[in-house]
Design a protein around this ligand. Structure first.
Ligand code: GDP
Ligand code: MG
Length: 297
């Protein structure tokens, strides 16, 4: 009998949600960086084998104090994933801290969805610390199961995975079995470019910069077949635009080359990529911009 269901991973930025998801998917699905809040969308990875389909969501970080409209929207995304799941993974780590009154804590108490406590990064702490952490969380909530794991070292992950499979309800797959993600290719393209911006420019360009894929076309001629992509990088200051472009365009050229390689690998097709940089003041507080980027549902 086939089983299928939804698993939502909830937790602060940096606790290792994407790392776990990637281990579970055995394939690089979402973007991992050392900077918090790079996973801003609700990405679904879909695991398939002959008898199971698990739809995972890698939730945006639950941010403590929204500073901008954008972060408020991100929080809305994060909270909506408490519903409609067959299993909720609450993920934390020894260096992860919660403030009293954080909404996620209240929602954990109220949800009727079965919840697993996942203590990640146990490779960085001793057994006593892990036991204390488990006791601490158990004093607040009744978890259905508890898994100390190291997503990075792939320890404890298999046991968690097996338990998730067991918990799935019987039913047909929700998505075609050869589909690994229901997010559009455009989204992954923008994420690949953004990851390359973070890599190339480090602190100079903040994670708040946004990449918009303006056009995405499959082109086929007698002699050539490729994908033509035009993307705009929106930044909030002129100085950031100069940094992105670099001396005589050297920086953006390098960014374009690296991004193109990543996109070609992802799409398994030749790519022609054009990058543009636009300055938009205060775009983070502009509702219509936010909607067009998909932060508002
Ligand atoms: P997310 O923001 O919750 O998606 O977290 P990421 O998966 O992006 O991980 C944040 C950072 O923690 C990255 O530098 C990971 O390499 C690191 N990390 C994730 N899992 C582990 C783990 O099990 N052990 C250790 N030591 N580091 C981890
Ligand atoms: Mg992440």
């Amino acid at each position: 009998m086939h089983k299928s269901g939804f698993v939502n991973i909830i937790g602060h930025p940096n606790v290792g949600k994407s790392t776990l998801l990637n281990q579970l998917m055995k394939e690089k699905m979402s973007i991992i960086t050392h900077k918090p809040q790079t996973t801003r969308h609700r990405i679904f990875g879909i695991y398939n084998d002959d008898d199971h389909q698990i739809v995972f969501s890698d939730t945006p970080g639950l941010i403590k104090k929204p500073a901008y409209k954008m972060q408020e929207s991100m929080n809305k995304f994060a909270h909506s994933s408490f519903e409609d799941a067959d299993v909720l993974l609450f993920m934390t780590a020894p260096d992860d801290e919660y403030e009293e009154g954080e909404r996620v804590l209240k929602m954990l108490a109220e949800t009727s969805v079965p919840k697993f406590l996942v203590i990640n990064k146990i490779d960085k702490s001793n057994q006593k610390e892990v036991e204390q952490l488990i006791k601490y969380w158990q004093s607040f909530y009744e978890f259905d199961m508890i898994f100390p794991i190291s997503a990075l070292e792939n320890a404890g992950v298999e046991a968690l995975f097996e338990e998730l499979k067991k918990r799935l309800p019987e039913g047909p797959p929700f998505y075609p079995k050869d589909q690994i993600s229901d997010k559009s290719e455009r989204f992954f393209v923008s994420e690949i470019i953004r990851e390359n911006i973070l890599k190339q420019f480090k602190q100079e360009i903040p994670y708040s910069c946004e990449v918009e894929v303006e056009s995405f076309k499959h082109v086929q001629t007698d002699r050539k077949k490729f994908v033509s992509i035009r993307a705009v990088i929106h930044v909030s200051r002129k100085s950031q635009k100069s940094i992105l472009i670099g001396k005589q365009g050297s920086a953006i050229k390098r960014l374009g080359t690296e991004s193109r390689k990543g996109i070609e690998k992802f799409l398994q097709e030749k790519v022609f990529l054009e990058l543009f940089v636009k300055v938009k003041e205060n775009w983070r507080d502009d509702e219509s911009m936010l909607r067009s980027f998909g932060y508002e549902q």
